[in-house]
Each structure stands twice: as C-alpha cells, then as structure tokens.
Design a protein around this ligand. Structure first.
Ligand SMILES: *[C@@H]1O[C@H](CO)[C@@H](O)[C@H](O)[C@H]1NC(C)=O
Ligand SMILES: *[C@@H]1O[C@H](CO)[C@@H](O)[C@H](O)[C@H]1NC(C)=O
Ligand SMILES: *[C@@H]1O[C@H](CO)[C@@H](O)[C@H](O)[C@H]1NC(C)=O
Ligand SMILES: *[C@@H]1O[C@H](CO)[C@@H](O)[C@H](O)[C@H]1NC(C)=O
Length: 415
C-alpha cells in the first residue's frame, strides 16, 4: 500500500545505485578527456542530491491560501500564521493594516504591504481574504508557490451566510432563508454592496461571475470553465465537511509534520445559532447556487481520489486519529476551560473574537497555570483570533509603519 513520504524501497535503492554508477562513469569520462576535479566525491554527491530531492519530501514554505468565506478558513489562517511566525517567514499582508486584501475587489498586487515600496525581498505566505486573480497573485508570490483553498457544501454554507450576513441588502427584509429563495432571489441585485455573499459566493471568491442559477442556459459551460480554471491554478482543494482529513492531506502535500497542522476551531459559531435547512430548502439552495453546487460536487470527488492515491483510506483514518489525540492533548495543556467559550467569557481583550451579524462567535481562555514560556507562547498563538494575529504580524514585519500609524492615532485622539 503506498504511503506518502515513504517510497517503494527496492525501486528507491536501485535508482540510488544507478545514479551513483552513472555519476562515477561520467566522472571518469570527464577525467579521461582532461578535466580535473579537486573534489571528485563532492561532484557525485551534488548530482545525487539534486536527484535525491525529487524523492524526498522538502517542507514547502511558499504558499498561497485562498481564504474563502464561512469555510473554517480562519482556522487554517491560524495554522499558516503559526507556521510562518515560528520560522520567520514573511506574509503578504494587506496594505495599511487593512483586515482583508481589499475584498470584494479583484486582487491586485499593490494591495500587499511592501510591494509598491519594494521593501520586502521575498514573500512566503499569502492567506488573507481576497477575490482571486491568478495573474496578480503571481506578481507577488514566488513561481513555485503551492496554491490551495477550502470549500464547503453550498447548502450548509448558505445557511451559515444567511445568519452571519443577515444585514446585507439581499437578506435585510427577508423573514427566512425560504422567504429569500422564494420571493427575493428573482429580483436579486448583484451589484448592491456585499450582495455577493447571497449568490454563488464560492465562485465569486475564486474570481468568477456569480450570476448563474440552475435555469441559466450557459450553466454547464460556465461550470466547466470554472472547474478547469481552479484545477489549473490550485494544487489542492480541501473540503470543510472532512476537515481533519483535509489537514492530513495538506500535511502530506506540504511535507509538513502533524504538529504543523494541529489547530483549535477559530471563528466558530456557537451551536445555539445553528439550524440545518429542510430538504426542500436544500433543493432550492442547490438550484439558486447551482455553480457552487457543481464546483463542490466535482472537488468533493477529486478530494477523495487524492486521498486514495496519496495516502490511502485506511492510513488517513490512522492519521486523523493521531491528529485528534494531539489536539486533545493541546487543549488540556493550553485551555482554561478545556474548550471554546462564549465571547463574553473571554477575559483578555487580545483573545476576544470579533463578533458580526446574528452569530455568536466563540473564543478561548488561556490556561493560567502554564509554566514554560515556550509552551505559553505556543498556546497563545493557537488561540489568538484572526484580527489580533494579523495586526501582530504586521507590527513585526513593518515596525516603522506600525509605529507611524500608532502615532497618527494618538495625535487624532488628542485633538
Ligand atoms: C527568527 O528571528 C529571530 C530574531 O531575529 C531569531 O532569534 C530566530 O533564531 C529566528 N528563527 C528562525 C527559525 O530562523
Ligand atoms: C453576469 O455578470 C457579468 C459581469 O458583471 C456580465 O458581463 C454578464 O453579462 C452577466 N451575465 C448574465 C447572464 O446576467
Ligand atoms: C463539460 O464537461 C463535460 C465533462 O468534462 C463534457 O462532457 C461536456 O461536453 C462539457 N460541456 C461543455 C458545454 O463544455
Ligand atoms: C462527498 O464524497 C463522499 C465520499 O465519496 C461522499 O460520501 C459524500 O456523499 C459526498 N458529498 C456530497 C454532498 O455528495
């Protein structure tokens, strides 16, 4: 059974020997025609290493994560933030301490702090909210960057969006999701501010037009085009419904360790504000968000194909169990209450999650009895909400700009 990271041993050894054999042959040939090397072995070692690197897994640190909406993407953001911060990697952060990369506008390279001023030599990770546009992202990120994203079942997504973005024009005057789908959707105005959340939001975030339903004549053609574009631009599409499996797949794809992909749920809604849609509502959502639905079905299938070929169904179960054990262990060490709590119960301001819409977003309290400074830091990072963490990374990466902003704010409040 193939498992990623370990390869068929016999074929590996035979390739190893073959490479060495040809290397020495080549070396003696060069000597024969008059070249002389001071370090004959070093030459072969170099040749070998170049080839070897194709067989071994080198951890990837050039990463683009398209942060989609209501898809646990804040949890993934936290994973990327911790990975990068602990290794001094640079982030492609929003200009001027904005919270997002000027979403819902199409991404442009100058939205990133340090691009126009050219004072960042190399960006490693880009992961804040944007409306994706590959050509512009490629101007900022290294050519070998690994692109990935996460999607969610559009039915559950619409329910979540409806609660969280209840105040957008499309939903404002609606009684319920059914009321919207039955009565308002036909007159939906796509250009109204923030209305993109109400229609094929997934397709929109990936950079496609969202104005398509099951009744659109060009649905099939636009679906094909969208899927082809995603497959061209992204190496991996994760699925929220299989979050742990997604983390294992991510770990293998990036050649990371299990430690690297462990997390606590961030920006997560309390159960109190959840209510699964009825089957009839679900059918209406699938028709209204037909493009999202088809994209989801396609990538749900390819996700499982990837699991089969890269890891195997049995092996992934083993690794998911390991991940859950590690997470439980960390929860015990790091958290005061063993799990998430309602926002009012989060004591420290810098750990308070941002609240929006009608949802109740939960947070965490740090265990006050952590002794080791190293552990405390690790735990703190695990539970730092997105906005505070983004701010903190900005301050570390651009200390002068951050100070300038701080001073301006002080002047303003003094006036
Ligand atoms: C990151 O930078 C800090 C301060 O410059 C340094 O002390 C630390 O060793 C660096 N860590 C890594 C993993 O390079
Ligand atoms: C969808 O929106 C795009 C961009 O706004 C527009 O060019 C296109 O004509 C629209 N298509 C339909 C079917 O309304
Ligand atoms: C869409 O893709 C499917 C499967 O790849 C193909 O059979 C079909 O002809 C395509 N349709 C259009 C309109 O491109
Ligand atoms: C996604 O794929 C899994 C595994 O094949 C399957 O069990 C599940 O029903 C699929 N989800 C949807 C919504 O079709």
């Amino acid at each position: 059974m193939p498992t990623s990271g370990s390869y068929d041993v016999s074929s590996f050894i035979s390739i190893y020997l073959l490479v060495f054999f040809f290397c020495f042959l080549f070396f003696f040939f060069l000597r024969g025609i008059g070249y002389s090397f001071r370090k004959p072995k070093a030459f072969c070692v170099l040749v070998f290493r170049v080839i070897f690197s194709h067989w071994t897994c080198l951890p990837k640190s050039h990463i683009v994560f398209l942060k989609t909406h209501k898809t646990a993407s804040s949890t993934i953001l936290n994973i990327l933030y911790r990975y990068g911060e602990s290794r001094n990697l640079t982030f492609a952060l929003p200009l001027n301490k904005q919270k997002q990369l000027f979403y819902p506008y199409f991404f442009a390279s100058h939205f990133v702090e340090g691009v126009s001023s050219r004072n960042v030599k190399e960006f490693h990770i880009m992961c804040n909210h944007m409306r994706f546009r590959k050509a512009e992202v490629a101007k900022v990120m290294p050519a070998d960057a690994f692109y990935f994203s996460i999607i969610r079942n559009p039915v559950a997504m619409m329910e979540s969006v409806f609660i969280y973005y209840k105040s957008i024009p499309a939903f404002q005057k609606t009684q319920s999701l059914d009321d919207f789908l039955d009565n308002r959707a036909p007159n939906y105005i796509s250009s109204a501010i923030n209305n993109q959340y109400a229609h094929n939001i997934l397709a929109f975030d990936f950079g496609f037009d969202n104005n398509v339903t099951a009744d659109s004549e060009d649905l099939v053609e636009r679906t094909n085009r969208s899927i082809a574009a995603i497959e061209r631009d992204f190496q991996l599409i994760l699925i929220l419904e299989y979050f742990e499996e997604s983390m294992i797949l991510l770990k293998h794809s990036l050649c990371w360790t299990l430690e690297d992909v462990v997390s606590f749920k961030m920006n997560s809604r309390s159960e109190r504000t959840r209510c699964p849609p009825l089957p009839s509502t679900a059918e209406k959502i699938k028709r209204w968000n037909a493009l999202d639905w088809r994209i989801y079905m396609h990538f749900n299938k390819s996700f499982w194909q990837k699991v089969e070929t890269l890891i195997g169904r049995e092996q992934i179960e083993v690794e998911v169990a390991e991940l859950k054990r590690l997470q439980a262990k960390l929860a015990k060490i790091c958290l005061k209450d063993g799990g998430p709590v309602d926002p009012l119960q989060v004591k420290e301001v810098r750990l308070k999650p941002f609240q929006y819409g009608a949802a109740v977003i939960q947070g965490y309290n740090l265990n006050p009895h952590i002794e080791a400074a190293q552990t405390k830091m690790k735990c703190e990072r695990l539970i730092t909400p997105e906005m505070q963490y983004t701010d903190s990374l900005y301050n570390q990466q651009f200390p002068e700009l951050a100070e300038l902003k701080q001073n301006k704010r002080l002047i303003k409040t003094n006036q």
